[in-house]
Design a binder for this molecule. Structure first.
Ligand code: HEM
Length: 516
């Protein structure tokens, strides 16, 4: 009886219809995929693409062993050093395939490939999972956008940075005076690193928020600082989880994001109120960044988010650059002395330092280049192909042919490891030698040196960051001419020290020095 019902009548017709639709749909998907695949193959042939032979080896299913080793190295504070050894030991070369947790992706350290991704074929690539990872903290802005939205944000913010470029170094003056006062009040071995994080938070917030907001208490600023640090830490973990970032969204993170946004909202509202009460021209003197963005965006939340995007891009990066610079200088007294002599010959002690004076300090520029090379902020990064494209090198038996990258596939790249490549920088690539930037050898290095990336997404804050770091370093060395390495501080080969890796790379043991 049951058989009779299920093999005849309207039930059967319905099932047959559903089955047919499913079959047609599956056939359609198959044909579509086949067509895409054939089109991609033809595209690859046209560009001379060859298969990528080198793969990162693994033993356990889903490459869980490779995943675990990297996680252990991250916790131990030596992930970047571990990767250097791992790439060398497994002889994967400069470009290789990675299959982690069942997903195929690529990794490259080749300057030619980086130029193609970031510049020549820029339109073929997007940020991938970065948006999802950072969205809860910084929302809609230049650091989370692609395509038209990004172009609009870039144009808007570029105007701000052009304006700043013509300003003097006044924006750094109050924060550096606070930093110098804080250092002078301490004795014995002092860790400069946390002071630099405080300094760059003050400079970047003063750049974007404008005049300090009197309505907030020191406690409010402190709470903001704590929440911002926490959000940046969790944000970095989410970035590492890429498409799985939704797995890590603790409630403390949500709460901290809300607090950080609340703080930025105070400033936006304060600037808008100032404009309402005192007129556009007068208020724009006090809050140029906010009010110019508002003129275009007409939405306080969008303005707030853009500010948060600039803050995340600009704060930790410059703090780490300054911290690593001193970390290296105190371990290389000859370089430190040469820099001190250069500063002394151009900016007399006690005088305010100007942009023009900084421009006359070539050795300082070499020191910053060398620090940016060895300790590249944003050491590792990712892009995802928004359409089928290729990278110029890595394929074929000799690794010299282009490689096809199909739409939706991701590629990781590491300026940190590339900057330590002996092929580019010679046998002493791991050593701090600012003099290497004096000769003509590295003049046309192109994408072989890219701490600020290159192409259309080149760091907008490059000039601000280099001026800030230069100004800060000069003022500190003028004030503390006896600055030197603290006793018992480790002196290991560059890259072997313990590191804290978030979006940026910091020294896990700080930057401990003696000032007098
Ligand atoms: C040593 C300091 C700095 C380094 C090494 C650095 C490095 C970078 C890099 C590598 C990018 C490209 C990221 C990507 O496209 O995936 C970037 C983007 C950006 N940086 Fe910086 N940065 C520094 C300081 C700053 C400062 C101080 C600011 C602002 C005050 C800033 C603002 C930005 C902005 C707005 C972007 C986004 C550009 C875009 O996507 O079009 N940066 N930075």
């Amino acid at each position: 009886m049951i058989d009779a019902i299920s093999t005849s009548g309207p039930g059967l017709t319905l099932r047959l219809a559903v089955g047919t639709i499913f079959l047609l749909y599956a056939t359609y998907i198959y044909i579509q995929r086949r067509k895409d695949y054939d089109a991609d193959r033809l595209f690859g042939e046209k560009h001379g693409c060859m298969p990528l032979k080198r793969r990162l080896p693994y033993k356990w299913p889903l490459a869980l062993d490779a995943f675990k080793r990297q996680y252990d190295a991250l916790v131990a504070g030596n992930l970047l050093a571990f990767q250097s050894e791992y790439f060398e030991e497994t002889q994967v070369g400069q470009t290789f395939e990675v299959k982690l947790l069942g997903r195929v992706g690529y990794f490259t350290l080749d300057p030619q490939n980086l130029e193609a991704i970031l510049s020549t074929n820029f339109e073929d690539w997007g940020l991938g999972s970065r948006r999802e990872g950072l969205y809860p903290m910084i929302g809609e802005g230049i650091f989370t956008q692609d395509g038209h939205q990004w172009k609009h944000s870039r144009e808007l913010l570029r105007r701000q940075f052009v304006r700043i470029q013509y300003q003097d170094v006044k924006v750094f003056e109050t924060p550096i005076n606070s930093l110098l006062a804080a250092l002078s009040s301490q004795t014995g071995v002092i860790d400069l690193q946390p002071e630099f994080f405080r300094f760059t938070l003050a400079t970047t917030t003063s750049l974007i928020f404008g005049e300090p907001f009197a309505g907030l208490t020191p406690k409010d600023h402190e709470v903001f600082e704590e929440n911002f640090d926490y959000c940046a830490l969790i944000g970095a973990m989410r970035l590492r989880l890429a498409n799985f970032c939704w797995l890590y969204n603790p409630s403390k993170f949500k709460q901290a994001c809300a607090e950080v946004k609340k703080y930025a909202t105070y400033y936006v509202n304060h600037a808008l109120k100032d404009q309402e009460e005192n007129g556009e021209e007068e208020a724009a003197d006090r809050h140029p960044f906010i009010l110019d963005l508002y003129k275009e965006l007409r939405d306080p939340i969008l303005v707030r988010d853009q500010l948060m995007n600039v803050l995340i891009a600009g704060r930790d990066t410059t703090a780490c650059l300054m911290s690593w610079t001193f970390y290296l200088l105190v371990r290389h007294p000859t370089s430190l002395e040469r820099l001190q002599q250069e500063i002394h010959s151009i900016a007399t002690n006690g005088q305010n330092v100007t942009r023009a004076q900084i421009a006359k300090m070539p050795y300082l520029k070499c020191v910053l280049n060398e620090t940016n090379r060895l300790y590249t902020q944003i050491p590792v990064n990712v892009r995802e192909a928004t359409k089928t494209t290729y990278i110029p090198r890595g394929g074929g038996p000799d690794g010299q042919s282009p490689v096809l990258i199909r739409k939706g596939f991701g590629i990781g790249f590491s300026p940190y490891h590339m900057h330590r490549s002996k092929d580019i920088y010679g046998e002493d690539a791991n050593e701090f030698r600012p003099e290497r930037w004096e000769g003509p050898q590295l003049k046309n290095i192109g994408f072989g040196f890219m701490p600020f990336h290159g192409g259309p997404r080149l760091c907008l804050g490059k000039d601000f960051a280099l001026t800030e770091a230069s100004y800060g370093i000069v003022r500190i060395l003028q004030t503390f001419p006896n600055l030197r390495l603290g006793p018992d501080e480790p002196k290991v080969q560059s890259g072997q020290e313990k590191q804290t890796l978030t979006i940026v790379v910091a020294s896990a043991d700080g930057c401990k020095v003696l000032l007098s």
